[in-house]
Design a protein around this ligand. Structure first.
Ligand SMILES: Cc1cc2nc3c(=O)[nH]c(=O)nc-3n(C[C@H](O)[C@H](O)[C@H](O)COP(=O)(O)OP(=O)(O)OC[C@H]3O[C@@H](n4cnc5c(N)ncnc54)[C@H](O)[C@@H]3O)c2cc1C
Length: 490
């Protein structure tokens, strides 16, 4: 047992790093328990190269979650980072905020967009977000901008705007001199000398228990059981980790808990439910020889992010008049790219209605949870219909002469609903498994407090009742800022 802290933050990931930093700044003693390694401050120079290099997704620190075999298609990989900084340390570093209507739609006064606006501004500034300059745009994306203008898209200077609707433009990123600027650098580094902050890495949390005078966290460190105590625990273990820890603590759907061999402590059936993400599919083309050569030359000069441009569009399903599609080209050089000699235009449904679940399968803390996203399962076929409309926009872009001149034939068949179901991927944005709200499936109140547990707060993207129309990294930072604000406000 180590010394008692005011607050334990479980998971030093994207939101967890923000919460820990803000609570320390407000005068609390904070212990961060992180399953993965902590490589120290950026300046110390100990971070692995792939976690720093923003030009490709990093894979070295993944939890390794998969769906297992799926009939008729490849298994799903559900990427999540196991390292201080969490997914912000291995993701695409694309910054987005969604639309103002997204947060108002949660129906929670504490999370109204008007309240969140200053926190979005603060998050963008602290994460050092900037928009790609025109002269940074590579040869493929320059043609995408030309094609989008030619296809009649409204061209925007700043896509990171809560009030902007359908538009196409250069992306915003949290990349500083090719470095993926994660929340550990942005939030923890300035406090690393503080005696109030203790980061205990390589510590896998099993479960927690609340008592009248505090909370105890049970974990595994170096293969041995350890315990930590605090006045309050903030659960920031992410969309799969946070519900799993609650479930192992006996908080969840009693029948499912018993099935996993856990004795129920409190019935909260929504724990692990409401799992959702942006489903995504792409149209593609083989790269023509001239474009291949330009891409190789650009890669040799070090100038080749695969994603640099993005469009927001309305499908026929967008009855609220706000964009419900992301349409974004992706392309790398033949040598270095995951796109493997192809140019892709990805389309993602930003207002998904399909819902899945995450559940522990055993009391063993090291057993991976069962993750069942149920993509494209909504009974009205809404999500599939949005993707179909998006593919029409993607084809229009690819057929525009600015692109068609430098591209070859299509590779992937997405011409039928069956083909879309076979090819559908995810946008890496799972949320919602400890949702805030007042309904029967809500897990947390509007301050992130777990119902029935005064000393346990959730602080990560699992709180979102409904995913915003945005990549979720900046929203995860804002969740961290807001939860810290609510906790320090008493
Ligand atoms: C490959 C990939 C690419 C992405 N690209 C983008 C992008 O370009 N732009 C964007 O906006 N979003 C992107 N995202 C999504 C975004 O990064 C996430 O939504 C966001 O970072 C989630 O933050 P979080 O705090 O909820 O969880 P995380 O950042 O996952 O933090 C959870 C932390 O808890 C730790 N943890 C989990 N379980 C335990 C346990 N039992 N004990 C101790 N610690 C534990 C984890 O190791 C992790 O550090 C991407 C995600 C991935 C995976």
């Amino acid at each position: 047992m180590t010394e008692h802290a005011d607050i334990i933050v479980i998971g030093g990931g994207t939101s967890g790093a923000v919460i820990a930093a803000r609570l320390v700044a407000a005068g609390a003693t904070v212990t961060v328990l992180e399953a993965g390694p902590d490589y120290g401050a950026f300046d110390a120079g100990r971070w692995p190269a792939d976690l720093l290099d923003a030009h490709a997704l990093a894979t070295s620190h993944d939890w390794g979650y998969t769906s297992g075999p799926v009939p008729g298609r490849q298994p799903w990989h559900f990427e999540r980072a196991r390292v201080i900084g969490g997914c912000s340390a291995h993701n695409g570093a694309i910054a987005a905020v969604g639309h103002a209507a997204d947060y108002d739609a949660w129906g929670l006064p504490e999370w109204r967009t008007a309240r969140l606006r200053p926190l979005f501004a603060l998050a963008l500034q602290t994460m050092r977000v900037r928009t790609y300059a025109t002269d940074e745009v590579g040869p493929f994306h320059a043609r995408c901008l030309e094609a989008a203008a030619g296809c009649g898209w409204h061209m925007a200077e700043d896509l990171c705007d809560l009030d902007a609707n359908a538009s196409f433009g250069r992306e915003s990123v949290n990349i500083v001199n090719r470095i993926r600027w994660n929340t550990a650098f942005a939030y923890l580094d300035p406090l690393r000398g503080s005696r109030q902050l203790r980061i205990i890495d390589r510590t896998h949390v099993d479960r927690l228990a609340e008592s009248t005078d505090g909370a105890t966290v049970f974990a595994i460190k170096d293969g041995k059981p350890v315990r930590y105590t605090a006045d309050r625990v903030v659960l920031s273990a992410g969309v799969y980790g946070s519900p799993a820890i609650l479930q192992r603590s006996g908080i969840g759907d009693p029948a499912r808990l018993r099935q996993a061999g856990v004795t129920p402590v409190q019935a909260l059936p929504g724990v692990g439910a409401n799992l959702h993400d942006h489903p995504m599919v792409h149209a593609d083309r083989v790269l023509g020889p001239a474009l291949r050569q330009w891409l190789d030359e650009a890669a040799a000069r070090g100038l080749l992010p695969e994603e640099q441009t993005l469009g927001k569009a309305l499908s026929s399903q967008a009855t609220d008049g706000i964009f419900d599609l992301h349409v974004f080209p992706v392309c790398g050089s033949n040598q270095t790219s995951l796109t493997d000699g192809r140019a892709l235009v990805e389309v993602a449904c930003m207002t998904p209605r399909s819902r899945g679940r995450v559940d522990i399968v055993a009391a063993d803390p090291l057993a991976a949870p069962r993750i069942d996203h149920r993509y494209l399962s909504d009974p009205d076929g809404h999500d599939l219909a949005v993707l179909r409309d998006g593919l029409v926009l993607a084809e229009d872009l690819l057929e525009h002469p600015a692109l068609a001149r430098v591209l070859g034939p299509p590779c992937t068949d997405v011409s039928s609903d069956a083909a879309i179901r076979r090819e559908v991927a995810h946008y890496y944005h799972p949320v919602g498994t400890c949702a805030m709200g007042a309904g029967p499936d809500a897990v947390c109140d509007a301050r992130g407090g777990v119902y029935g547990h005064e000393r346990i707060t959730v602080g990560d993207v699992s709180l979102m009742p409904q995913i915003p129309r945005a990549n979720t990294n900046v929203p995860a930072v804002v969740i961290g800022e807001r939860i810290a604000e609510l906790l320090t406000a008493g």
